[in-house]
Every structure is written in C-alpha cells, then in structure tokens.
Design a protein around this ligand. Structure first.
Ligand SMILES: CC(C)(COP(=O)(O)OP(=O)(O)OC[C@H]1O[C@@H](n2cnc3c(N)ncnc32)[C@H](O)[C@@H]1OP(=O)(O)O)[C@@H](O)C(=O)NCCC(=O)NCCS
Length: 125
C-alpha cells in the first residue's frame, strides 16, 4: 500500500444530497478538503490550513446510497506549502465502480501555533 496516500470513505446519505437527489458538491468538497488536510498534516507533522483549491472538476454525479472513496496525496512540497491531488471515486453498494466523480488540486500551508506559515522539513519525505 502507498503510505503517502490518505483515503476516506462515506456513504451518500439523504442529508448529503441536493435537490436533484445527487451528492451536493459542497459536501464533497468538504471531504476532499479534510482528506487533503490529513495528507498535509502527516507530511508536515503538524497543523495545516487550506490556502487554495484549484481546478475542481465535477465529472459524474453519484446518488443517495452510493459509496464515495476519496484519495489524497502530496505531489509537490514547497518551503511552507504543499500541493495535494485529491480524487473522489464513486461505487455502487454492489462494489461496481461508477468512476472518477471529482478531482481537485489543493494547496495546504503548514502553520505554527499562531497560524503563521511554518517551514516543512524536507527530510519528512
Ligand atoms: C494560508 C496562509 C497561512 C498564508 O499566509 P501568508 O502570510 O499569506 O503566507 P505567505 O505569503 O508567506 O505564503 C506561505 C506559503 O503559502 C503559499 N500560498 C499562500 N497563499 C496561497 C494561495 N492562495 N495559493 C497557493 N499557495 C499559496 C505561498 O506560495 C507560500 O508557499 P511556500 O512557502 O511553499 O513558497 C494565510 O493566508 C491564511 O491563514 N489563510 C487562511 C487559511 C484558512 O483559514 N483556511 C480555511 C480553513 S483551514
């Protein structure tokens, strides 16, 4: 297993849906953000904040009762920031893959206890 890959699964509940009965984009973005933050925290060995979300693409809708798997991985390390690629895949309860439902590039910044950017030690990776 890829140690740098952070994964999260959730079942799409009625409270996650929009008025079309499909997964609300904001709900998905929150999960992409959290999964990416965990990838960033692990690498930076401490707190991070979200600086930006770029190139967010919603590709396929998923419905109530479907299962979403999110995968996030740090793909670039700066002085205090990291770029993370986050992807969400949809699955039917039978296990059948629906496909890539959303992808984004998220920048996380390591911060100190005052919320100021903190240098990431390069030997962390
Ligand atoms: C992110 C934040 C800490 C950056 O602080 P700052 O004083 O502007 O920091 P700097 O200009 O020194 O930039 C620090 C790093 O962040 C990167 N960065 C800052 N803003 C960025 C943006 N919008 N997009 C991409 N990278 C950004 C810089 O390129 C720099 O990277 P590097 O050190 O790897 O070269 C600050 O803007 C902040 O606290 N924002 C609010 C975060 C937040 O509340 N997020 C939502 C909840 S988690």
């Amino acid at each position: 297993m890829d140690e740098d890959l952070v994964c999260q699964n959730f079942l799409v509940l009625p409270s996650d849906a929009n008025s079309h009965g499909t997964l609300f984009g904001g709900r998905l973005l929150a999960s992409l953000d959290i999964t990416s933050a965990i990838a960033g925290m692990r690498l930076a060995r401490g707190p991070v904040v979200t600086a930006s979300m770029d190139k967010v693409d919603f590709k396929i809708p998923v419905h109530i009762g479907d299962i979403v798997t999110i995968k996030a991985k740090v793909i670039r390390i700066g002085r205090t920031s990291m770029q993370i690629k986050a992807e969400a895949f949809g699955f039917k309860q039978s296990g059948e893959e629906i496909g890539l439902i959303c992808s984004a590039f998220i920048t996380m910044v390591a911060v100190d206890k005052n919320g100021k950017p903190r240098e990431i030690l390069k030997n962390n990776k």
